[in-house]
Every structure is written in C-alpha cells, then in structure tokens.
Design a protein around this ligand. Sequence first.
Ligand code: FMN
Length: 181
Amino acid sequence: METAAGAVPPIAARAPEVDEREFRRTMGRFCTGVTVVTALDEEPVGFTCQSFTSLSLDPPLVMVSSSNRGRSLPRIVRAGSFGSNILSARQEAIGRRFATSRPDKFAGVSWQASPVTGTPRINGALAWIDSVVRDVIPGGDHTILIGQVVAVHHTPDAGEPLLFFDGEFCDLAAGQPGRGR
Ligand SMILES: Cc1cc2nc3c(=O)[nH]c(=O)nc-3n(C[C@H](O)[C@H](O)[C@H](O)COP(=O)(O)O)c2cc1C
C-alpha cells in the first residue's frame, strides 16, 4: 500500500507471538482519559471507550476502536454518527455503567441530543465531540471507526478528567494512581 509516507512493507508472514494477557497488562500502563461513545439508533446507545483519539486536524477527524463483540458497534454504524463524551473525574459511575452490556444504560443519566447529529451528549462531561461516520475499518478483533467532526463543545470548569490506568479508574488529583503495579 502506498501512503503519504511511502510504501508500507508487507506484514511479516511469521510475526512473533505475544502473549495476550501480557499484551493487555503492558498496554494498561498507558494512562488514558475515558469517553462514552454514543449514538442515537431509535434509542440512545453507548459504551465506555478509552481507545479514542484525534486523528487529523484538516479535515478534523477522530477515531475510536470498538470490539467486534460490542452491541453498540453495529448500532453506531447504522446510525451513521457518534458522539464522544469525555468524562470528568466525577463521572466514574457513568464510566462503569457504560462498560456493561445492560440494555438500560441511559436510565437515570442526564443527557441531551446534539442539535447537529442527534447523538447523546451526557451532561457533566468535560467535552462533547460529534462526528459522522466516515470510515469503518477492520482491526483484528476490533473495528476502527473514523469520524468526521461536525461539532465540538468543551466546558472549561467541568473539573478534572476521569483516568484509566493499570485496569482501574483513577483520579490522579485525589492521589489514586491505580494499583501501582
Ligand atoms: C475504562 C474502559 C475503557 C474501555 N475501552 C474500550 C474500547 O476502547 N473499546 C471497546 O470496544 N471496549 C472498551 N471497553 C469495554 C466496553 O465498554 C464494554 O465491553 C461494554 O460492555 C460494551 O458495551 P456494548 O456491548 O453495549 O457496546 C472499555 C471499558 C472500560 C471500563
């Protein structure tokens, strides 16, 4: 494949194997923020997602990676747009709730529909990023969604970010940096 950076070498036929558990534990050392990725597919859907990042400034693109087993994934693709809600440290309960497959994840959660895409914006989040689905790319047992950003909003005084490190939610400001292993 030819890219702006040149030709991409073919994937080695016999890549060395990496133990899955060790891979997970190692990647857990990468501290991230926490988002809830949402869509409106007749009803609000969403899942907790740490694999969210900005991808391009011009055009403005973001990307998220969703497990192929996730129930929200096909519904987000069908909806054609998704919202990325960057959680505050005060929203750990929401981060935990949306990390389950329970059908009533939005029950009791305060949200409003984006005026641009209709995607749920969870109140109290540090920021909202509304995107339309631009590309859906296979990535092993996950699927990469690339979204073209159509609206953004951030609340300057919404507080500290919720973090995830070493398999645990943590709040560095409160001196809880995970398990420290
Ligand atoms: C902090 C945290 C980050 C997560 N990040 C991701 C992620 O990036 N991609 C993913 O597919 N699942 C991620 N998950 C797991 C999903 O939230 C979980 O599988 C959820 O049940 C999926 O919901 P759904 O099946 O309704 O889509 C994460 C979970 C937690 C607690």
